[in-house]
Design a protein around this ligand. Structure first.
Ligand code: CUA
Length: 354
């Protein structure tokens, strides 16, 4: 009697755990990543670009097959548990055992083999289809380099360097204009993942991976680093800004300008260039040519700071420069110990970098 009670409690605990896990999975989707998610939830089930569409179709097929297997197995299990449960007056002896039925052995060997074979075939077809895609002459080429904890973005052919916000043109029926992305890492392994646009691809040190996207609808698409890379892995957000072709061209022209040399913030400029800011950051056309941190040439054209950890407003810029740890614990940007007045001057200068 004691033993039975104990067993029940164990089963109840397992059931509760299973229910909790299910609730976690169901509610994990709608949790908003940090802030500013204009488009609600990012989900692999409503793709707005190739190759995410192809991946979704494959996922649905795989889910359907696995779901059917789950229903059959779980159904048989529940049936056996209910139908053959312990009843008062049952004998304590073992029920008859069945060994060596060739039919049964064959069935549960061949059937799973066939299922796995089908899964391998459809998966490798999709992978080959995505990987063998060649860049058309109209394609945009970008290089994304993962850093702890931000994304460096380069367009070698366009001569543009920016960070954390990847701008790409839309592909509409008439003119196909995909963006081909080379992925590299400056330190540890990261993973580039924008669920509405494409699958995950890792950024591995000393290696170059390739991926491509061809979004059709303008908008801002949110993504995350999807490979644990240290303290601020969770706030290594990426934004893909998809623009109609003419808007994208305008953005390219703006980014190709050299940095504004404002006279309104001469003090701030002096402070900036007198501190070690210049060792880590580049501002094109100036003495600041550091490579360790994000390029600041057109800082004000970006909507966020610190890889999506804060909106790009004068207040958060001030907070960020005064004490980076207050926005992003573990950030590799040092506290420069500037006075309040100096912080204000540097913020005023950075505001001119449009
Ligand atoms: Cu970069 Cu996780």
């Amino acid at each position: 009697m004691r033993l039975r009670l104990y067993r029940h409690r164990k089963m109840l605990r397992a059931l509760l755990f299973f229910a909790f896990a299910l609730i976690c999975v169901v509610f994990a989707g709608p949790v908003e990543p940090v802030f500013g998610n204009t488009d609600g939830v990012t989900s692999i089930f409503r793709p707005l670009s190739q190759p995410a569409q192809e991946i979704k179709e494959l996922s649905l097929l795989v889910l359907a097959i696995c779901g059917a297997i789950f229903v059959v197995v779980a159904g048989l299990l529940v049936y056996a548990i209910v139908r053959f449960r312990h009843r008062a007056g049952d004998e304590a002896s073992e029920p008859p055992q069945v060994y060596g039925s060739n039919q049964i052995e064959l069935a549960w060997t061949v059937l799973p083999l066939l299922i796995v074979f089908v899964l391998i075939l459809v998966t490798s077809r999709t992978i080959a289809d995505i990987q063998n895609r060649q860049a058309p002459p109209s394609a945009v080429h970008a290089t994304v380099i993962g850093h702890q904890w931000w994304w460096e973005i380069r367009y070698p052919e366009l001569g543009i360097v920016t960070a954390n916000e990847l701008h790409v043109p839309t592909t509409d029926g008439g003119e196909s204009r995909p963006t081909f992305i080379k992925l590299q890492s400056a330190d540890v392994a990261h993973s580039f993942w924008v669920p509405l646009l494409a699958g995950k691809t890792d950024l591995v040190p000393n290696r170059e991976n390739l991926m491509w996207i061809a979004p059709t609808r303008p908008g801002i698409y949110l993504g995350n680093c999807a490979e644990y890379c240290g303290t601020q892995h969770a706030r290594m957000l990426i934004r893909v800004v998809v623009q109609p072709p003419d808007e994208f061209q305008q953005w390219v022209r703006d980014q190709q300008q050299s940095a504004a040399i404002g006279t309104s913030s001469a003090e701030g400029r002096k402070t900036f260039f007198a501190t070690s800011c210049v060792n880590c950051h580049t501002i094109s056309g100036t003495a600041a040519q550091g490579q360790f941190g994000p390029d600041l040439t057109h800082l004000m054209s970006r909507t966020t700071l610190a890889a999506g950890a804060a909106p790009n407003t004068p207040e958060s810029l001030r907070k960020w420069i005064r004490d980076p740890q207050s926005i992003k614990v573990g950030s590799l940007m040092p506290n420069m110990q500037l006075t309040d007045a100096e912080v204000d001057q540097v913020v005023a200068y950075l505001q001119t970098l449009k």
